[in-house]
Design a protein around this ligand. Structure first.
Ligand code: CMP
Length: 143
């Protein structure tokens, strides 16, 4: 299987609930290498740019309001089969539908406030990582 990169975001609910360490621990224990990690506060403009594919959908305004409501933590990850493995680790978008043991099942309140984001394809992973990180901010982590 190929080594892939994917973007995780610990969303504002994750930060507010003091779960940065706990959720990052799940990610690392599942074998993901952290290439880059930072805490930032998105504006409505930067959140809108990131979620541009969802513009026009009924939940868009709520999503942008939530994503710009507090600090979040984008994390660039690398692993074999990273995109699918990370999506399996976080579970379905709606925590009601997420499998037991997944991050969203364990920690999320609802579909809108669902603790974490994950890229949905290898190509989007590259685009999304570059939205938050320059190439020199991505540090090899081979140990
Ligand atoms: P995320 O993986 O970050 O990508 C888009 C986000 O929109 C999604 O997680 C959800 O948190 C949010 N969202 C809110 N309402 C909906 C909905 N009805 N359908 C899909 N996504 C939704």
């Amino acid at each position: 299987m190929a080594i892939e990169r994917t973007l995780a975001i610990l969303k504002p609910d994750c930060v507010r609930k003091q779960l940065i360490g706990e959720v990052t621990s799940h990610i690392q224990k599942a074998g993901f290498k952290i290439l880059g990690m930072k805490m930032i506060r998105l504006t409505s403009e930067t959140a809108g740019g990131f979620y541009a594919v969802h513009r026009g959908r009924p939940f868009f305004d709520e999503l942008i309001k939530f994503m710009s409501s507090g600090a979040c933590v984008p994390i660039a990850l690398e692993k074999e089969n990273a995109v699918a493995d990370y999506r399996k680790l976080i579970g379905a978008t709606d925590p009601k539908d997420a499998e037991d043991g997944t991050i969203r099942k364990l920690y999320a309140d609802n579909k809108g406030e669902n603790i974490v984001h994950g890229s949905d394809s290898v190509d989007n992973g590259k685009i999304e990582i570059s939205y938050f990180f320059s190439e020199r901010e991505l540090v090899a982590n081979n140990s």
